[in-house]
Design a protein around this ligand. Structure first.
Ligand code: NAD
Length: 296
């Protein structure tokens, strides 16, 4: 048993923290507002009254927050995690943020005698609940080895992918592939419906061939029902498309399909659908195809 601070108890953080409790760790958690902290206490953790209170005496500090500015505010603020952490503590940021912010955090941690890993996740809420996340880790190999048993309480595929920032770079690639795949599945669904094809069996046979993919497996049934309950919100994927397009541009890498998908995600969000699941890209394909009237 070791003491772990867990900051950010949202859709993903709450079940991840609960899995750490189940694995026998002493988890002190903090989130804005009382409700998420009470849920952690019900799951067997300890509700802390502030970031500093959660972090004191913890050997490991985990953050699972929306975006880079949130992680920077929590870590670098005056009463923040880095000021309150005990010397030598290891920070694992599991949020999805820009790779260069992850690198800056690793440098800030080192300057204060702390250590940092970037360890963003893939798999969504269901995998977070089941402890089956895919976790891509950037940072030193020694720190990775130390963190591995804890990460394995939250994920089944845990891979060290390189130095600080590398985890976030791999996650940016992940989000590029996921968004593009959702868009293509959405286009295929609207196309098939226009021809009156029975889409259930169509998805089944597509899933068995070279076109098969996890989006068809996990999301097409809900897409066919037009159920866009999140899951992973359009707002968050919009953030991630901003990360991957900016990071690609910085290295002069051209990602035309990614850039187009980023624009479609922006359009969906601008229409007011930021809180829907990212599979709602289907709505936009229907609209662009004139297959639904725009009641808005
Ligand atoms: P969320 O919005 O449900 O959770 C974030 C939590 O952080 C919220 O409860 C919020 O109140 C809290 N918070 C924000 N700023 C804070 C602060 N300064 N102090 C204390 N608490 C603060 O988001 P989520 O879906 O859990 O996602 C978290 C991260 O994981 C994001 O970076 C997201 O891109 C990534 N992610 C999400 C999924 C998914 O399927 N939801 C999958 C993979 C990765």
């Amino acid at each position: 048993v070791s003491r772990i601070a867990f900051i950010g108890l949202g859709i993903m953080g709450a079940p991840m923290a609960a899995n750490l409790v189940k694995a026998g760790h002493e988890v002190h958690g903090y989130n804005r507002g009382a409700a998420p902290r009470e849920r952690l206490a019900e799951a067997g953790g300890t509700a802390a009254g502030s970031v500093a209170e959660a972090v004191e005496d913890a050997g490991l500090v985990i953050t699972m927050l929306p975006d880079g500015p949130d992680v920077s505010a929590v870590c670098l603020g005056e009463a923040g995690a880095y000021a309150a952490a005990r010397p030598g503590a290891l920070h694992i940021d599991m949020s999805t943020i820009a790779p260069e912010v992850a690198t800056e955090l690793a440098e800030a941690a080192a300057a204060r005698g702390l250590r940092a890993l970037d360890a963003p996740v893939s798999g969504g809420q269901a995998a977070a609940v089941d402890g089956q996340l895919s976790i891509m880790v950037g940072g030193s190999g020694t720190d990775f080895d130390e963190a591995l048993p804890v990460l394995q309480a939250m994920g089944t595929t845990v891979v060290h992918v390189g130095p600080a920032g590398s985890g976030q770079t791999v996650k940016a690639a992940n989000q590029l592939i996921v968004a593009g795949t959702i868009e293509l599945v959405a286009e295929a669904i609207v196309f098939l419906e226009a021809y009156g094809v029975d889409t259930g069996p169509a998805m089944q046979v597509l899933a068995g061939g070279l076109a098969g993919n996890r989006i068809i497996d996990r999301k097409s049934a809900a897409m066919l029902r037009r159920d866009f309950t999140p899951g992973f919100r359009v707002d968050l994927h919009h953030k991630d498309m901003g990360i991957v397009t900016a990071a690609a541009r910085r290295k002069d890498v051209v990602i035309p399909l990614g850039a187009l998908t980023a624009q479609l995600m922006t359009a969906l969000r601008a229409r007011g659908d930021g809180n829907l699941d990212h599979s709602a890209l289907l709505k936009l394909v229907e609209l662009l195809s004139g297959r639904v009237s725009d009641a808005r």
